[in-house]
Design a protein around this ligand. Structure first.
Ligand code: SF4
Length: 277
């Protein structure tokens, strides 16, 4: 059975960088704590825990030590609280996310009402909002656009890095028709988009698709949906142990893709297991 791996698949630049930062601190013997799981992958989080990296849900759970800000960033208040509590802050914010913070801050300084296109419940969006300050709102849908009075306003728009270009364009267009002045910065990171395109291209060419990644990972779930939409038999798994040999005994070619938070070693184990069947 041949195994074809989508290209690209697996960890994106920002997640790889965050993992490397934490692992390098661990090698130095530093006691590290992450605010929430560093990435949405239970196997990677477990492996980090085995190396002594603890997960906390709030600063109040800590007494001294070093805390890592995750790749999707954190609100300014969280960092300030950590610093006030005397903790060492290690910043693993992805440079693409940090750029959105800078753009939002600059727009606010220049008197724009800042619009963040994205999911209001997502930590990345909360971080961008806090960088923009008081005069900032989140718009997640075309319905949200109607809820605001844009007339006579100077509006500066940025977006959550994982939004689609189509959604960004649609919202910007609607606000541009209503506001006095609009400046829009496309702050999309194409890592998610590129993984989805690669999975969409590969799925019709194989007898079954394996999508590897945390069940708590939104982008992995979306990859599985995309594969299913193409009509191919799709298995969303977290580890090689979950592969059922019976399910693929009639397959000649299987495809493999993985979410942007799935480490290389997990993908390698799945690939090796499939090749061994
Ligand atoms: S998806 Fe893009 S912005 Fe988000 S962590 Fe990965 S590289 Fe950075």
């Amino acid at each position: 059975m041949e195994v074809l791996v989508a290209e690209p698949a697996g960890v994106c630049y920002g997640v790889r960088r965050a993992l490397e930062i934490v692992e390098s601190e661990v090698r130095k013997g530093r006691k590290i704590v992450t605010l929430g799981p560093l990435i949405h992958n239970p196997q990677a989080v477990k492996r980090l825990e085995e190396k002594g990296v603890r997960v906390v849900n709030g600063i109040e759970e800590m007494c001294g030590g070093a805390i890592v800000m995750p790749s999707h960033g954190a609100p300014k208040a969280v960092r300030e609280t950590a610093e006030r509590a005397g903790l060492q802050v290690i910043d693993a914010t992805c440079p693409f996310v940090a750029k959105v913070h800078r753009v939002a801050r600059k727009l606010a300084e220049h008197g724009y009402e800042v619009v963040v296109i994205g999911d209001p419940g997502h930590s990345e969006v909360k971080g961008i909002l806090s960088a923009a300050g008081e005069n900032a709102v989140v718009v997640s849908s075309t319905n949200d656009v109607e809820k605001h009075n844009w007339a006579a306003k100077k509006v500066g728009i940025v977006c959550q890095t994982t939004q689609t270009p189509e959604h960004f364009g649609e919202i910007v267009g609607l606000i541009a028709m209503r506001a006095a002045e609009v400046v829009a910065h496309n702050t999309i990171c194409y890592a998610t988009h590129d993984r989805q395109s690669a999975a969409r291209n590969l799925a019709p060419k194989v007898d079954a698709m394996f999508v590897v990644g945390g069940r708590n990972s939104a982008n992995t779930n979306r990859l599985a949906e995309i594969c299913r939409e193409s009509g191919v038999r799709t298995y969303h798994i977290e580890t090689a142990d979950e592969i059922d040999p019976q399910a693929i005994k009639d397959c000649r070619i299987v495809g493999l893709t993985a979410g942007a938070s799935t480490p290389d070693w997990v993908i390698d184990e799945v690939k090796a297991r499939l090749e061994a069947l």
